[in-house]
Design a protein around this ligand. Structure first.
Ligand code: GTR
Length: 763
């Protein structure tokens, strides 16, 4: 970190730079706002290019086709015909933190001022980024939103270093920048004066960053070469480069935003650079969110006349010729998919064509639907001040072309909805996780009770969750308890019990030890009105299975651990079926003997695709449970399990005995010798993998010694790998790989439950 005297660095520049600012703002008056057409009935008929039809006529029907065919094609068209590209040159980049205050804004924020320096050897350019981050939030999500008048105009904060190309007074634009509101909502704000990248005037080419790309003058820029909007978009991405290096920033949640011409730049940057987690356009209008083909309000003719330095020269050919545009702006918005996109308009901002901005968002929504997201739900514009907050969001508010508190409220609500991490803890003994939000969809995984999950998305009563495995799939809302990050941290830190029996029950009352025929559990919940026997009030709350976690009250009453279920109920688990989680985790011993005897507890359990509990397991579910119940987390899938631990050579001769057709060698002695050779290095507890000769893994089991292994195939069973043995596994010839997990450590990819932040608080 280099702290420098900013006054020395920046003040000398100020005097020479005021003129650029004046001209940029003054130029607006040169436009024909009054004479423009605002009459919908005078819009010439037009046909928008179909966002989901590729130029060769291919109809795009899947996210893969969108990403591989249509998206690159559209990116090229926007580069070639509208914004222009920037040469790919190598540059030296450095970041200096000129100033940092951990007690900014009365102690609620950390302020950093970062100078970014770009140099190609011959030319050097600098840009100054002002960053506020919530003081106590850990890694913060950030709104990256460039400013029009200089960093010092964003807030009255006396320590903001003025931007090099502005003499605007401190705090001049605070109405557009509710910094404290943003911080209070848990977000950071990063901003750069946009002049730092391109001083917004047609004859300021040489002061801009363009010479960094080797240009001496604007004349040297080819017809498809980028100008100011591409330069600002480039600047947004360079700011992102820095944010990715800042340990206080959650770079996976940077929201790019811009107003007006900077809305155009933010959209163009967000379209190209998928590191931006969400994209917000405010009143970006013509060349931004609004459809050009509508020719209402500002037109291609007008914008390219007044701002000849914004777009590439190729764009000029579409003046009054919008029909021949190969793309329109809904396709720019679509390039943001599937990331959250928000378009904001203002009722009196007719120049920016609010309706055209809305329709553009509506048409872009087609691509979001391809990804299974709801976009703009209808082609009818919403009422004024009634935001739509689907994955594509939109509002039209009362008022003029501006950025208001209302806009920020909506941006924050939108970011909260789509980017705030949501957590939950699973509440069912084995929570069934499906690949799609539908009961008929394939089962992907099971999560045991008490597993902390991140909630990524929701559809009706379905929640898409990411488990610590990690595995992403859908479960029902009743199967998880949603919690704030603070509640989750408290939950992780709280005492818990782990169910160590295969199956057990949570009761409404302590049940005491099992007592044969007179066992109170046998009549639980049974009201025998006329039997003369009193109703004991005992009810089953739910079942639990091996590995389930439940918050422990600290009391053990009449042979039962008292638990506080996440539903709020108090329950009782027979003490012989559970242990205190923390002491259990400490004494776990994942030895071969323990792993194998745990796996043996699953013998006879039916094979269940996606199963990861005693209720049913698939092959990797069995191995995962055998280790989990001994305190070790393995990856969910067999193919990933094949990459952890240490490799053990099986030296399979798949040339002679191809894995896919090994059954035909079963009777031959050479094959028996081959299998004896393959197992010669194995030790009990090794994971053995089955797959194709090409190495694709499709099955996993646990070697138990003497040529035998335990695995889930039709049911959990023990088989021999050696041909001729009565319990020979007919697909043994597919055994092509082995890994030793026992004795390996975190550097080999195995994680102990005690070291996992999903289970225990870490330092
Ligand atoms: C206007 C221009 C608009 C919009 C706006 C702004 O003069 O016509 O396209 O970009 O400036 O950036 O404030």
């Amino acid at each position: 970190m280099i702290f420098r005297n900013w006054k020395k660095t920046y003040w000398p520049f100020r005097a020479i730079l005021i003129s650029g600012c004046m001209l940029a703002c003054g130029s607006v008056s040169a436009q024909n706002h009054e004479e423009a057409n605002y009459d919908e009935s005078k819009i010439p008929p037009y046909t928008l290019p179909a966002v989901l039809t590729a130029s060769d006529g291919t109809v795009i029907g899947s996210p893969e086709e969108w990403e591989n065919i249509r998206r690159p094609e559209l990116l090229d068209l926007f580069t070639e015909e509208i914004y222009g590209g920037l040469p790919d040159v190598s540059m030296d980049v450095s970041y200096d933190i000129l100033e940092q205050d951990n007690e900014a804004l009365g102690g609620k924020a950390v302020r950093k001022q970062v100078e970014m320096t770009f140099s190609n050897g011959a030319v050097t350019r600098k840009a100054l980024m002002l960053i506020y981050l919530p003081a106590s939030a850990g890694k913060a999500p950030v709104f990256l939103h460039f400013n029009f008048q200089g960093n010092q105009t964003v807030s009255e904060d006396p320590d903001i270093i003025p931007s090099q190309y502005s003499r605007r007074p401190r705090g001049n634009q605070t109405n557009r920048w509710p910094v404290e509101k943003i911080i209070d909502a848990g977000y950071g704000l990063a901003t750069v004066h946009y002049f730092d990248f391109y001083l917004d005037r047609k004859d300021n080419f040489t002061e801009s960053i363009m010479p960094l790309f080797g240009y001496g003058s604007a004349d040297e820029v080819p017809d498809n070469g980028g100008m100011a909007i591409s330069a600002w978009a480039w600047g947004y991405s360079r700011a992102m480069d820095y944010l990715e290096t800042d340990k206080d920033v959650d770079a996976s949640r940077v929201i790019i935003a811009g107003h007006s011409r900077l809305g155009k730049a933010a959209l163009w940057a967000g379209a190209q650079d998928t590191r931006f987690a969400a994209v917000i356009s405010n009143d970006s209008g013509c060349g931004g969110a609004a459809l050009s083909m509508r020719r209402i309000g500002e037109t291609v003719n007008e914008i390219t006349k007044v701002f000849p330095h914004w777009f590439c020269r190729n764009f000029l050919q579409y003046r009054w010729n919008e029909d021949s545009l190969p793309v329109d702006q809904h396709e720019l918005l679509a390039l943001v998919a599937p990331r959250p996109l928000y378009v904001a308009s203002a009722e009196e901002d007719r120049w920016a064509d609010p309706r055209g901005e809305f329709l553009s968002a509506w048409h872009a929504s087609e691509v979001y639907r391809l990804y299974g997201y709801e976009g703009i739900p209808s082609a009818d514009m919403p009422e004024v001040n009634s935001p739509v907050m689907q994955r594509v969001g939109y509002h039209i508010r009362t008022g003029i072309h501006d950025v208001t508190d209302y806009d920020w409220d909506c941006f924050i609500a939108f970011a909260d909805k789509w980017l705030k991490p949501r957590f939950g803890v699973t509440t069912l003994s084995a929570n069934y996780l499906r690949e799609e939000p539908d009961f008929t969809a394939e089962l992907g995984n099971q999560a045991l009770m008490g597993t902390v999950v991140e909630i990524i998305d929701e559809k009706d009563y379905w929640r898409q969750v990411k488990t610590p495995d990690p595995y992403t799939a859908w479960c029902v809302d009743l199967g998880i308890k949603e919690m704030s990050d603070k509640e989750v941290a408290d939950y992780i830190g709280a005492d818990k019990i782990i169910c160590t029996a295969d199956y057990s029950t949570v009761w409404t009352k302590p049940v005491g030890p099992a007592r044969g025929r007179s066992d109170v559990r046998k009549t639980a919940g049974v009201k025998m009105k006329n039997s003369g026997r009193p109703d004991n009030g005992l009810q089953k709350i739910c079942d639990i299975v091996a590995g389930d976690l439940l918050p422990y009250s600290g009391k053990t009453v009449k042979g039962c651990h008292e638990v506080r279920l996440l539903s709020g109920e108090t329950g009782y688990v027979p003490a012989e079926d559970a242990e205190i989680f923390s002491s259990w985790a400490q004494k776990c011993d994942p030895s071969a003997e323990n792993i194998i005897s745990t796996a043996m507890r699953f013998i006879g359990v039916p094979y269940f695709w996606g199963g990861t509990s005693i209720k049913g397991v698939d092959c990797s579910g069995l191995t995962r449970m055998a280790w989990f119940l001994n305190g070790i987390l393995l990856p969910r899938n067999a193919s990933d399990q094949a990459d952890i631990g240490c490799p053990i050579s099986v030296d399979a001769d798949t040339g002679r005995f191809p894995a896919d057709s090994s059954e035909r060698f079963i009777g031959c002695d050479a094959f028996r010798q081959e299998m004896l050779h393959r197992i010669s290095n194995l030790q009990p507890g090794d994971l053995i993998f089955f797959g194709s000769s090409a190495g694709n893994i499709s099955h996993v089991g646990i070697y138990i010694g003497d040529g035998r292994f335990i695995h889930a195939s039709k049911l959990v069973r023990i088989n021999s790998l050696i041909p001729g043995e009565p319990d020979f596994y007919e697909l043994s010839g597919k055994m092509i790989k082995a890994r030793r997990i026992i004795g390996s450590n975190a550097s080999d990819g195995t994680v102990s439950i005690s070291d996992s932040p999903a289970y225990f608080p870490q330092e």
